[in-house]
Ligand binder design. Sequence first.
Ligand code: MOS
Length: 740
Amino acid sequence: MAPYIGTATSRIDGIAKVTGAAKYAAEFNVPGLLHGSVVTSTIAKGRITRLDTSAAMRVKGVIDVLTHENRPPMADNDQAYKDDVAPPGSPFRPLYDDKIKFNLQPIALVVAETSEVARFAASLVTVEYEEVAHVTDIFAARDAAVPIKPPASPVGFTPPKARGQPNRALARAAVRHEGEYYVPIEHHNPMELYGATVIHESDGKLTVYDKTQGVQNVQRYLCGVFGMKPEGVRVLSPFVGGAFGSGLRPQFEAVLAVLAARALERSVRVVLTRPQMYALGYRPAMVQRIALGADADGTLDAIAHDAVTATSQFEEYFRQETGWSGLLYKCANAKYEHKLARLDLPTSCDMRAPSAPTALFALESAMDELAVALELDPLELRLRCYSERDQNHDRPFSSKALRECYRQGAEAFGWNKRNGAPRSMRDGSELVGWGMATGIWEALQMPITVRIALTANGSAEVACATSDIGTGTYTIMAQVAADMLGLPLENISIKLGDSTLPNSPVEGGSWIAASVSNGIATTVAAVRNELLELAKKVPNSPLANAAPDEVKLADGMIVDERDGSRSVSIADAMRHGGVERIEQEETTNPTADDSRARNTHSAVFAEVKIDEEIGVIRVTRVVSAIAGGRVLNTKTASSQILGSVVWGIGMALHEETLIDHKLGRVMNANIAEYHVPVNADVHDIKVIFVHEHDDSNPLGVKGLGEIGIIGVAPAIANAVYHATGKRVRDLPITLDKLHP
Ligand code: MOS
């Protein structure tokens, strides 16, 4: 179609990032900037009975210590603290009162002239508590867990309705598998620490540089919490060093920095320490029971999926944990139950592909176990229960090239050379295991507004308040705009991550690529129409009779699509019209078409090699075949999937937030002890994008930010079983679990 869309275009912000020119929230400086250091709770539940800040106040360079006792006023109602993506419940209010709801809760902010002084002085704040009993262990809370009931959820995350006669189907099944699966709490651990720099402008307005996935969400939230007028606070986040969902909701660093800036009428920065980032939310621990029933020929006949996930005592965070099961495979009988276990922890939150990697770890492990019971190749089992419809809602998919993912993935991996018997494959002293799993995610599009300003010299500025959380949004926006405006990529500049720009939802749910690219298309059409009007006024205009949908913009020209020789240059059209600049702003509201399910899919194949003496597991090969609609940029898209696969390796083998349940405190709140994959853990990863045409939005874009992690952990777990004959149903698969 065009020179940029669908190509491996390098990031337009790449040079700025590698040279350090790209500035992150905690890197914006102003003279007289003060630094805040957060003091956190050492108990999990109770109240503060005494807070002594006198020693901290005596340290030279300390300006103030803010606590719930001396802070400026904050809103006193839940509604004020509800951000755009808040779950049901009563949001946490930082530094609000004496109540302690979780360990590591912020309870004071020491503000000083330097960050070192602030941090030292923070260590001198002494606190006395009145403790009450807490529970942080999901296994201790699961019996008291309560079912999710509609209409608690804003977007239909409640479990789908049961269908058929699941109990009877399970009872009569020729082959059954039933198992319990566990995924622990995991934390996001982005490289960039959460930080906010609040600049107290001379007119009293605040400019807030915050690490966030949604500047307008943070802006609205701050206005709610502090009763500020929208024009009094501007939130910016031009670059984000990873967030993965932890930055969808406003976090407390922004509240604390604004609190201090308002109290002191000074500019203030607050940066969290790595351990403090463990108070920001997490992927909820999940205990799942899956029961599958099949006919002897491998036809899936019954699915029962029950889940208990962790949330806080004050909010009910959940996603579509169980519904994926009945969506993915053809199965006439299905039932679901999802309960929430309330823990004395911060509220759980979105983490890359919220609910799907955990749910599919259970489902895809169970499918592998069923295949073993059926003595069937695990890929063959998937093909036998391949579903052409979304059975949860009895509707077709807008597109679903999963079969092609299975085919191309299996071929690239060499799956047909697999010997199905466990422990049957070796490489020298190592056991070799091959496993596979399926992934599914949503392909959403959200309302978005895009402004385009085109100047007569053929350069354009494209503006939208979306973030670029590292996914490559700057680049795809420039590619789409360049192609549609018919201009070179270098002539496009992108403005994003600023609350004063046209409206955008938070960047999450894999929906920004589809939303912003189609949003650009809408605004380009308005620009084109205005250009055509101008072009018609050119003397003897070759476009005098052309209708808007008959012309396109290409090579700096307005061109009649029916006859390429009929064209007017943008420069001429604007010159004759006497305009230097064209500006259009349009909102794109995706049509609410619920008649089709919109999903991305993947097939993941993994090879592990396991040293039997030591138990070390190496993930030596992964092939991930993705059906995700049109790929706007093959380079950044591949990077998304590569990063996702790496994270899937972490989920399978390394990641686990360990809590000392006696203290209710995270024990490994650092990335030395919370293990994530390092280079030595990452070997050969191959990404395949299968062709998939989708017409649910004009550009056929589905989004690729999240599909890549789903299915990776179960593919690895299934490979570990194949290598060793040992089934591990609780993540991560550490050495001790292979050697009981
Ligand atoms: Mo994503 S977990 O919606 O940033």
